[in-house]
Design a binder for this molecule. Structure first.
Ligand SMILES: Cc1cc2nc3c(=O)[nH]c(=O)nc-3n(C[C@H](O)[C@H](O)[C@H](O)COP(=O)(O)O)c2cc1C
Length: 430
């Protein structure tokens, strides 16, 4: 198990960002095969058979999602979600930086399966260089006949539009992304109706993550059954994990699903830095619940991590060493959600404000024990009661850390300063 290169196989190849080099390593063969060997229906079946689940966070089966589009309603739209703004997440950026044509090829394969004639890549505002790179690659692919009318002489036509966001985390939520693409302020829409029925411009729409789409050329070429046998029963294929925090080798690693988390930490990331021990980690980015050293033997499997009370989310692993103050980490994450709350619903807009205020006072050692319990009340009034998951997830890390490190949270109350950082400073000096 362990490292398994599929999406990252050609990373580092000089000039891979050009069409010529991408084609030299077998690029666009998947698209050719999709157009010649499959009908849209059989292609959807192949993706269903592969067991591919979305890599954007929720892990919904891709083929099943595609199957929700109503028959005979056109036009339909496809949006690639490249908004990647989850704290700790940078694997989509790596996929675009290193192999942009792989994404474009995957997008075109999905467009053919869904019979979409206009596909969008919605890219995070801060990914300015990546947007320019994608625009250049789209033009290159268009000039070669891979994009536009009569793709590769197949009779299927598809245009691709790269659209830059304005740097709002909420625009990664699929309905807010659609709002933003339509030119409105990006805010989530009420579901149902789901985008599959009523999405962009009121038409059937599929939103898929960069990594999800980048898998498609490989599934077409090697077959759904081959893909399914990589990984575990319910988590097929490989996944890119962007690893950061207190480790020796931060970076993006492609790993077969089912590999123990400990193997990812020790073999790929080089273990915890400075010979320190691990205190906690987040397996799926800023939104996900904290896990503890005893969870390191869990397999990288979406269901196994969910059973342990967290989620692999978008594949962002943040490791924290023994000197980390869990109150400080919680405060910083809460600040992020407070800043990014779109303001549409009161529980999130007001809740993140109060959460942030309490966390700042707690971290500075100025909160009373009674006020600490207000924090739990506030989170309870948000979780499951917000308009979209942003508000729910603004409570997940802090509440899980409060539960797992209750002594640490309580020790801050009335301490006048952060007791963990004071103790850590002594440890570091020693
Ligand atoms: C607040 C919020 C932010 C999100 N940000 C992203 C993102 O940056 N990229 C992404 O692919 N999905 C993001 N999602 C999930 C999307 O709504 C959607 O589920 C995903 O793009 C579907 O793609 P997939 O089926 O390929 O995973 C976000 C969800 C929420 C609630």
């Amino acid at each position: 198990m362990g490292e398994h290169k599929l999406l990252t196989e050609h990373f580092g190849t000089e000039g891979l960002q050009t069409l010529a080099v991408y084609e030299r390593v077998g690029g666009y063969q998947g698209l050719r095969e999709a157009l010649s060997r499959f009908t849209p229906e059989t292609l959807i079946d192949e993706v269903k058979a592969s067991g591919l689940r979305g890599r954007g966070g929720a892990g919904f089966p891709t083929g099943t999602k595609w199957g929700f589009l109503p028959k005979d309603v056109f036009p339909r739209y496809l949006c690639c979600n490249a908004d990647e703004s989850e704290p700790g997440c940078f694997k989509d950026r790596a996929l675009i930086d290193e192999n942009p044509h792989q994404l474009i090829e995957g997008l075109l394969i999905a467009a053919y399966a869904l019979q979409v004639n206009t596909a969008f890549i919605y890219i995070r505002g801060e990914y300015h260089d990546q947007r320019l790179l994608l625009e250049r690659c789209v033009e290159e692919a268009r000039a070669a006949g891979h994009i536009g009318a009569n793709v590769l002489g197949s009779g299927f036509s598809c245009d691709v539009i790269v659209h830059g966001g304005a740097g709002a985390y909420i625009c990664g939520e699929e309905t807010a992304l659609i709002d933003s693409l339509e030119g409105y302020r990006g805010q989530p829409r009420l579901k149902p109706p789901f985008p599959a029925l009523k999405g962009l411009y009121g038409k059937p729409t599929v939103v898929n993550n960069v990594e999800t789409l980048s898998n498609l050329p490989h599934i077409v070429q090697r077959g759904g059954a081959w893909f399914k046998q990589l990984g575990t029963e319910k988590s097929a294929g490989t996944r890119l994990f962007c690893c950061s925090g207190h480790i020796n080798r931060p970076g993006t690693y492609e790993i077969a699903m089912g590999t123990p988390i400990r193997e990812l930490l020790e073999e790929e990331c080089g273990g915890i830095w400075k010979d320190r021990s691990i205190k906690a980690f987040q397996p799926g980015g800023g939104s996900m619940q904290v896990l503890l050293p005893e969870h390191l033997d869990l397999p990288l499997d979406m269901d196994a991590v969910a059973q342990a009370g967290s989620s692999l989310g978008a594949g962002a692993m943040v490791f924290m060493d023994e000197t980390t103050c869990m109150v400080n980490v919680s405060m910083r994450l809460v600040d992020f959600y407070h800043h990014e709350s779109c303001g549409k619903c009161a529980p999130c807009r007001e809740g993140t404000y109060f959460e942030s205020d309490l966390m700042h006072r707690l971290e500075a050692g100025h909160l009373t024990l009674e006020e600490l319990h207000t924090l739990a009340d506030i989170c309870d009034n948000m979780n499951g009661k917000c308009f979209c998951p942003l508000g729910d997830t603004a409570t997940w890390f802090v509440m899980s850390a409060f539960k797992a490190f209750r002594d640490e949270f309580e020790a801050h109350c009335g301490a006048g300063a952060c007791p963990v950082r004071t103790a850590s400073a002594q440890l570091v000096t020693a």
